[in-house]
Design a protein around this ligand. Structure first.
Ligand SMILES: [Cu+2]
Length: 116
């Protein structure tokens, strides 16, 4: 009986491992395909201007263009930044490109890069 349990566990491990590998491979191949229209649209960056930076709360106020993925027209509003490093790299008046996504119900700047 014990042998059967061990055999089943080993089988489960074999079945589970390739599934995980497939997932990570799919993620990698998606980001490596800039020619795929759907992929580039789902990671599109939107022009924005930094109006205020609050390092204490991790909030960045942006005058942003239309954010199609979250259904928002152009406006000025505060967003939560994904991490503290992102908040520190920008200053009031900076022209940036941002990617805003709904992360667990909170509109979050997941990517922000300066425009030259
Ligand atoms: Cu907005």
């Amino acid at each position: 009986m014990k042998k059967m349990i061990v055999a089943f566990s080993a089988l489960a491990a074999i079945v589970a491992t390739p599934a995980f590998a497939d997932d990570s491979m799919a993620g990698m191949s998606m980001s490596g395909k800039p020619s795929a229209t759907k992929t580039s649209a789902s990671s599109a960056l939107t022009d924005a201007e930094v109006k205020n930076v609050d390092t204490a709360s991790g909030m960045v106020t942006l005058k942003h263009g239309a954010l199609e993925n979250v259904g928002m027209p152009p406006m000025t509003m505060a967003f939560k930044a994904k991490d503290a490093a992102m908040v520190k790299q920008v200053h009031e008046g900076d022209k940036v490109k941002v990617r805003v996504e709904n992360v667990n119900g909170t509109l979050t700047i997941v990517k922000m890069e300066k425009r030259s």
